[in-house]
Design a protein around this ligand. Structure first.
Ligand code: NDP
Length: 296
């Protein structure tokens, strides 16, 4: 059986168009332009690529983009003062601090200084608590994108067995909580899980967020299951650097019912969900209902 390839890129394009239309509606109604501020400290090359991509996508959606690039040696007081300023800036609906931060800065302190209502990454401790208790929150972008694709593919998730491989605060844990909220039966696996292959084999849905190239094998997948591959790993193959996920895509696709590719699966959805969260934050700050077209 050949799995259906879940087209994250296409899905993300559709979502971005809907966001653009909602932004245009807000502006036409005189509610102003939603704005996203991105803060980058230092010159990490991968972070620079991500920040550029976020800036482009924000502008394309018709939103305002504010970039703040600070030198790597920026001290905590300067960074926190900038965040406080953005918290109070009415033109800014969303604030994102690009991670990782240089080692001398306390990422938790920095993230928890962001106004939770503007925390479009959903990493502030208040948003983590709200998500954990099933209340309205800002939801981390990558798991939100995964959930949207799963709901699009399955409709309802109630009663399905879902296995999340990885327990990070930015992907694994929030992913598990979102699946639980949708009434899936959720198992979280990690590096100390004793029978990872057997646990995956019982799953209707496997979400892989491990950071280990092609670790999840086709033999671990139940026939017909859905595989969401969050992994982004650069490896050297035949003398070239290639991008691969945490799943052996070919092996898994031979058994699964549906699978996200790498690239072109979860990655594009992450940026689209950042825009979705910015729009949601903008609507909430204006006392408007959450945009229904974006519901995860
Ligand atoms: P982390 O390194 O923070 O977490 C990895 C998790 O995988 C940990 O919980 C770890 O377990 C678990 N793990 C590691 N080795 C094994 C193993 N052998 N068996 C079972 N579990 C294992 O990674 P992230 O969550 O930040 O990211 C995961 C992947 O997703 C990466 O490839 C990253 O690049 C990608 N990513 C992609 C995004 C996108 O937009 N597509 C966005 C964010 C991340 P333990 O806790 O026990 O150490």
């Amino acid at each position: 059986m050949a799995a259906r390839i879940i087209d994250g890129k296409g899905f993300a394009e559709g979502l971005r168009q809907r966001i653009g239309a909602e932004v245009a509606r807000l502006r036409a109604a005189g509610a102003g332009t939603p704005g996203l501020a991105v803060v980058l400290v230092g010159e990490d090359p991968a972070s620079q690529v991500y920040v550029r991509a976020k800036h482009r996508a924000t502008i394309e959606a018709g939103m305002a983009s504010f970039e703040h690039r600070l030198p790597a040696e920026t001290d905590a007081a300067t960074l926190l003062a900038l965040i406080e300023r953005l918290n109070g800036d009415p033109a800014v609906d969303g604030i994102l601090v690009q991670l990782p931060l240089p080692g001398h800065l306390d990422a938790d302190l920095v993230i928890n200084t962001i106004d939770p209502a503007k925390d479009v990454d959903g990493f502030h401790i208040s948003n983590v608590g709200l998500l954990g208790t099933g209340q309205k929150s800002m939801v981390p972008c990558t798991p939100l994108g995964c959930l949207m694709m799963l709901r699009d593919h399955h409709g309802k998730l109630a009663g399905l067995n879902a296995v999340v491989v990885g327990r990070s605060n930015i992907v694994g844990k929030p992913m598990a909580l979102l699946l639980l909220q949708r009434d899936a039966t959720v198992t979280i696996c990690h590096s100390k899980t004793s029978d990872l292959a057997g646990t995956c084999r019982r799953a209707d849905i496997v979400v892989a967020a491990v950071g280990r190239p092609e670790m999840i094998r086709g033999e671990w997948i139940k026939p017909g299951a859905t595989v969401i591959d969050v992994g982004i790993n650069r490896i050297l193959r035949d003398g070239r650097t290639v991008l691969v996920g945490d799943c052996d895509t070919e092996g898994c696709a031979a058994v699964a019912g549906a699978i996200t590719p790498v690239p072109g699966g979860v990655g594009p959805m992450t940026i689209a969900c950042l825009l979705a969260n910015t729009l949601t934050a903008a609507c909430r700050r204006r006392g408007l209902p959450d945009p229904e077209a974006l519901a995860g």
